[in-house]
Design a protein around this ligand. Structure first.
Ligand SMILES: *[C@@H]1O[C@H](CO)[C@@H](O)[C@H](O)[C@H]1NC(C)=O
Length: 349
């Protein structure tokens, strides 16, 4: 009887203590663009912001945070699914400090890209600068936890990257600089070279679990469909083909890096097929609208144009795949996160 009681107590002790010290993934550390920016852009001077209504109207407390959605973004749901926390804070948000960042942090900046020329377009945080912030984070973490614990935490944490759409839509297909320098397949290679070097750098800094997202069917974003009005607002096939091509190349780079870097595990969540499936069969997922967005007229509004006074904004965002003309609703973010957690990211759970 006594032994049973002791065994039981040890069991309870383990249940209570385990998550803090030896969860498989103790933190999710995020790099990228608006798909995963929880509000870093609030702290910089750029016109690309979303820390005002109606953004965040379905977030905790109905608060706008700088997330480009009506609610949470995919990385929030991923963190929650890993049993960590329900929302990942922005590194630059003064409300948080290293105590909060121990269990996850995002360095992402809306509007940025792999290419330095992309972050220049809207004066947002360049990708290389996200790496600089990550190094600063590491040194704060060592100060807070001590070297050994910090190193262990870093090697067990999931480093998640979601970036690349803006390099094409905001940069390559909008301005002549890159498109006159590179045919699009060479530009893809240029970006993938940057992605590979970024992962090598993460590895040198101690990361061992990495997920780098492929590109979505970016020709189907409402803003792009709006420009395709001559073709009945269909998805722009050229952009979707670039995304597919990019994803094939990124996957082979991921395979190479897994061979090159001993002890690392890199996976590539690919949002392309799932999101396209949703866009082609919205009702299967409970959506009523896949072509235009909830905010405003749904054709072009985002950031400051997505304004709370806009009388056209929909009342139930759950009926829409897209919240603004460039970003998914919380419901879409949840479905995508749930999908990758159960597939590509399952190796880390
Ligand atoms: C981007 O800019 C940074 C800082 O100037 C520089 O170190 C880096 O090499 C640049 N990246 C590329 C791919 O040119």
């Amino acid at each position: 009887m006594a032994i049973k009681a002791v065994t039981f107590l040890i069991f309870v002790y383990l249940l209570v203590e385990m998550p803090g010290i030896s969860a498989m993934v103790p933190a999710v550390i995020v790099f990228g663009d608006s798909t995963v920016d929880p509000g870093n852009n609030n702290q910089i001077s750029t016109v690309l912001k979303s820390n005002f209504a109606p953004y965040g109207r379905d977030y905790f407390g109905g608060q706008p945070t700088g997330r480009f959605s009506n609610g949470r973004i995919a990385t929030d749901f991923i963190s929650e699914a890993f049993g960590i926390k329900p929302a990942i804070p922005a590194y630059l948000d003064p409300k948080y400090d290293i105590k909060d960042f121990v269990t996850g942090v995002s360095f992402a900046s809306a509007g940025t890209g792999y290419d330095n020329a992309t972050s220049d377009v809207l004066s947002v945080i360049p990708f290389w600068k996200e790496m600089e912030y990550y190094k600063e984070y590491q040194s704060k973490l060592r100060g807070y936890l001590g070297n050994d614990k910090a190193n262990q935490l870093l090697s067990e944490s999931l480093h998640l990257l979601s970036i690349g759409t803006n390099d094409f839509l905001e940069n390559y297909y909008t301005f002549p600089t890159r498109s006159s320098q590179y045919p699009v397949d060479k530009y893809e290679d240029f970006l993938i070279g940057i992605a590979g070097n970024f992962i090598r750098e993460l590895y040198k800094l101690g990361a061992r679990k990495v997920a780098i997202s492929g590109l979505p069917p970016m020709g189907c974003l409402p803003l792009e469909r709006t420009t395709n009005i001559m073709h009945g607002s269909a998805c722009i096939e050229e952009y979707n083909n670039v995304a597919k091509d990019f994803n094939v190349k990124l996957q082979s780079t991921v395979d190479e890096l897994n061979r090159e870097l001993g002890g690392i595990r890199i996976v590539m969540p690919n949002p392309y097929d799932k999101l396209l499936e949703m866009i082609q069969n919205p009702s299967l997922f409970g959506f009523q609208n896949a072509e235009t967005a909830c905010c405003g007229t749904g054709f072009f509004e985002m950031s400051y144009l997505c304004d709370r006074m806009n009388p056209f904004t929909c009342s139930d965002a759950n009926k829409y795949i897209f919240w603004d003309s460039f970003h998914p609703t919380e419901k879409t973010n949840f479905i995508m996160a749930d999908h990758v957690v159960k597939t590509t990211l399952a190796v880390f759970r």
